[in-house]
Design a protein around this ligand. Structure first.
Ligand code: 5GP
Ligand code: MN
Length: 376
């Protein structure tokens, strides 16, 4: 009993947040009345999770709060409390402008440069001169001029993890509802591939312990996120792996591509390819996976890159695909080019990284030995 009380009061979690930031964020959240919470274009689990957790918190504090996201978010995030009240900027522009003009505070989560909200929403939020802005984010190279308070910690594996640390630093964990804890777990889970990468910090698990103490059912959350495919999405995944995956064994790399026509055959909905780019990395020895997906409406090919070890997905995205991102998970786009040209470009990018791709991924059983065992 004593031990339990000791841990929940002291919480063995290093906040990483400076006392100055904690006080400043707390003051701004306490003093506001009308808040808009925004996140990035094509929001993922960490974006929706952090936005809704903040929304839950603000509701509990008696604030008028709304989440605005630039565009559509995938079905597998719609179980979260409040997801049905999220305003889609692309669909509800007049309403969004109204909310933003009335807001005395905008909380920006999971992004650190305005353009990640999409051109128009980014411009509008950046242009709100008399509205306070807080950015809480874990991406590299934040725009330091964008917000009044910038809480930037690229060493956190998710914005949800960072947000929880902010609540710890503000001494507000006791205010968090079970629903907020579910949102935070969902973001931490999705941004670490189910705690399979970027998650060796013991505090990640200390935070999870606190979330469990809020009563979350993490097994159910994982089911809600993962076991939510349509039959078409499941078949699309099979098609990619069987028919479309080009494996380049000498580079420990692979590329797959999907044209708009192929996507339409499988009744593609936005979000259906989420996570598929991670799958080729399950092939023994592989270090890099590139996904090329044609947009259904515009002459754009969306690029997703995932890597392991010392292969920088971010450098590749910046140098070849007009993008950026995290060290091992990045993205970008190619405009006005054919899929064949995009594939050729991906091959050139792989060739350019051949130094770091030459050796297979470091793993504990040598690859040769594994092959020998399998063949016996
Ligand atoms: P995804 O492959 O899931 O679309 O993106 C992976 C990560 O790369 C995202 O979390 C995001 O941080 C980053 N990312 C994707 N596209 C871009 C882009 O065009 N520019 C930048 N700077 N980052 C991107
Ligand atoms: Mn994130």
């Amino acid at each position: 009993m004593y031990l339990r009380a000791y841990f929940s009061e002291k919480m063995a979690i290093k906040t990483k947040i400076s006392a100055q930031d904690a006080v400043a964020v707390r003051r701004m959240l306490d003093q506001c009345k009308n808040v808009v919470v925004v996140t990035h274009y094509s929001p993922d689990g960490d974006a929706i999770g952090s936005a809704l957790a903040m929304w839950e918190y603000l509701q509990k504090k008696g604030k008028q709060a709304t989440v605005i996201v630039p565009n559509f978010f995938p079905d597998f995030l719609k179980w979260m409390n409040g997801a049905d009240q999220i305003v889609l900027f692309e669909k509800q522009k007049a309403f969004s402008y109204n909310l933003l003009n009335m807001a005395d505070l905008v909380v920006v989560l999971d992004l650190c440069e305005a353009s990640r909200m999409g051109e128009e929403l980014g411009r509008v939020v950046k242009g709100l001169k008399r509205t306070n802005k807080i950015v809480i984010d874990h991406h590299m190279n934040p725009d330091k001029k964008f917000a009044d308070i910038l809480v930037s910690h690229p060493d956190c594996s998710s914005t949800c993890e960072l947000l929880f640390r902010v609540f710890v630093a503000m001494d507000q964990v006791s205010v968090l509802s079970k629903a907020a804890a579910e949102d935070i777990y969902a973001g931490m889970y999705t941004d670490t591939g189910g705690f399979s990468y970027n998650s060796n910090d013991p505090d990640v698990f200390n935070i999870i312990a606190e979330l469990l103490r809020k009563g979350i059912d993490k097994d159910r959350i994982v089911r809600n996120i993962n076991n939510n495919f349509t039959a078409e999405r499941f078949r699309l995944m099979g098609y990619v792996l069987y028919q479309k995956l080009l494996v380049l064994p000498e580079y420990h790399a692979s590329i797959y591509s999907l044209t708009a026509d192929e996507l339409k055959t499988f009744k593609y909905l936005k979000g259906d390819m989420e996570g598929v780019v991670n799958m080729p990395l399950q092939i023994r020895g592989q270090k890099l996976s590139i996904s090329l997906r044609e947009d259904l409406e515009h002459p754009i090919i969306w690029v997703s890159i995932r890597s392991y070890d010392d292969v920088s997905a971010r450098d590749m995205a910046e140098q070849f695909f007009n993008g950026g991102g995290h060290f091992n998970a990045a993205g970008g786009k190619l405009e006005n080019c054919t899929m064949d040209e995009a594939i050729a470009k991906a091959k050139v990018a792989i060739e350019a990284f051949s130094d770091v791709l030459a050796d297979p991924i470091a793993q504990d059983t040598p690859v040769d030995e594994l092959i020998e065992k399998t063949n016996k």
